[in-house]
Design a protein around this ligand. Structure first.
Ligand code: XUL
Ligand code: CO
Length: 479
């Protein structure tokens, strides 16, 4: 039996496994980590995606599944090119390391360019595949986790050397056309991070995490990255009985402070982003939602140094809509980037699916337009193919569909703005405040004595209809 088959079998003994393994070609999925080793060449004969053309815009009537129906990159909508509103990015981890494994099943995806190893040569070949994918899809941005683009060595020094080698190739492949939206350090899968990284009870782990983030920030800067992301991973608790929450939050704040200082030291001008998520894998994460994260930044004096990366699936896990989270971030001046994905209404975990709901996409774009765009942030497709989608072309179809959905959302926002009746309805709803007394309230100049005087003078107030169904009707007519 080959090493990879033994590894897959072991994986299946640990979890309930339903797949027929022996027929699967040898491969080494991302989550098997450095157990897979091997040597080979990073070269690859011909194209990684033969038969897939450069994806073009063909318009809404096209039946070609390898064409855009709504996303027309150069078309100007609301004063900006679509590509500048949308700034799409491919997430390396899902698209190139996603194996299709889930808590009950082994990997299902075996891409032709994978040789079954987690070697440096394989990492470089995979990077070449990434850039061909971006070029054919017409996406100008990409995002990575350090651990997904390069294999670990035996020591921190070896890890860093491997990362340098892969990043040097990525820099060459980026050329002048492709840019890095953001980089991040993956501080959650290695066993050392079982208690968290910056919130670990072990000072050695805190230091190791700092060293890993330091390096990830350096390579993000080297690649011209526009942002750097912190996602908690295991920052949080399973039970407060064994957790000193106050101490952990302080450690986290000190860690982020050190990241700000290091960013300045190396001259990295990118935005630092925090990505809220309520739980998973820990029961409670400290960056629960946008409001919690904003308050954390305020309490620890970090406002001004960080923005938020709002992920739609994380929003719904926290019990909010994506639109709510985007608006909360926006009105706090914190909307930096969007991890564009969606969950499944019946499955209560982070399924990271491509967003295909036109209504939701329209609400997302409403916030983005109100924000004047996202730059230097963008839309990172933190989304993966479903376990059952195993053809190479599915990678293209999924991204095309996600891009078209958001493009359609943008077009709908333009329709709503042009029509004007929704904003008129909202404006009308608050018009009782467009008065002398309303202006005093909004300026903070109406004290309780004055308001009591008015209440006595006016008597029982008249209350108008909220027009909720009318708002929904106007919204629906734009979709
Ligand atoms: C996890 C998640 C991550 C971050 C980057 O839920 O969203 O992929 O976006 O670490
Ligand atoms: Co994310």
């Amino acid at each position: 039996m080959k090493t990879t088959e033994i590894l897959l079998l072991l994986l299946c003994l640990n979890v309930v496994c339903f797949s027929a393994l022996p027929s699967a070609p040898a491969t080494c999925p991302a989550d098997l980590g450095s157990e897979c080793s091997g040597s080979g060449s990073d070269e690859w004969e011909g194209e990684f995606f033969p038969g897939i053309p450069k994806i073009k815009y063909e318009g809404p009537s096209s039946k070609n599944h390898l064409a855009f129906k709504w996303y027309n990159s150069e078309e100007v909508i609301l004063g900006k090119k679509m590509k500048d509103w949308l700034r799409f990015s491919v997430a390396f981890w899902h698209t190139f390391r996603g194996s299709g494994a889930d808590p009950f099943g082994a990997p299902t995806k075996f891409w032709p360019w994978e040789d079954g190893t987690n070697s440096l040569a394989m990492a470089k070949r995979r990077m070449r595949a990434n850039f061909e994918f971006l070029e054919k899809l017409g996406v100008e941005w990409w995002c990575f986790h350090d651990k997904d683009i390069s294999p670990d060595g035996k020591t921190l020094e070896e890890n860093n050397a491997n990362l340098d080698e892969v990043v040097a190739l990525a820099k060459e492949l980026q050329g002048s056309k492709i840019r890095l939206l953001w980089g991040t350090a993956q501080l959650f899968s290695h066993p050392r991070y079982m208690h968290g990284a910056a919130t670990s009870s072990e000072v050695g782990v805190y230091a190791y995490a700092a060293a890993q983030v330091k390096k990830a920030m350096e390579v993000t800067h080297y690649l011209g990255g526009e942002n750097y992301v912190f996602w908690g991973g295991r920052e949080g608790y399973q039970t407060l009985l064994n957790t000193d929450m106050e101490r952990e939050l302080n450690h986290l704040a000190r860690f982020l402070e050190a990241a700000v200082a290091y960013k300045k030291k190396i001259g990295f001008n990118g935005t630092l982003l925090i990505e809220p998520k309520p739980q998973e894998p820990t029961k409670h994460q400290y960056d629960w939602d946008a409001a919690t994260s904003a308050n954390f930044l305020r309490k620890y004096g970090l406002t001004g140094e960080f923005k938020l990366n709002i992920e739609c699936n994380h929003a719904t896990l926290s019990g909010h809509s994506c639109h709510h989270e985007l608006e909360t971030a926006r009105i706090n001046g914190l909307l930096g980037n969007i991890d564009a994905n969606t969950g499944d209404p019946q499955i209560g975990w982070d399924t990271d699916q491509f967003l295909t709901d036109i209504g939701e996409a329209t609400l997302v774009m409403l916030s983005v337009v109100r924000n004047g765009g996202l730059a230097p942030g963008g839309f990172n497709f933190d989304a993966k193919l479903r376990r059952e989608s195993i053809d190479v072309e599915d990678l293209f179809i999924a991204h095309i569909s996600g891009m078209d959905t958001l493009a359609r959302g943008l077009r709908n926002v333009a329709k709503l703005i042009e029509d004007g009746s929704l904003s008129e309805l909202v404006h009308k709803r608050y018009e009782s405040f467009d008065t002398e007394i309303g202006a005093l309230i909004e300026a903070g100049k109406a004290d309780f004595e004055l308001l009591e005087k008015k209440a006595l003078e006016w008597g029982e107030p008249e209350v108008a209809s909220g027009k909720q169904e009318l708002a929904e009707m106007i919204f629906q007519s734009a979709l």
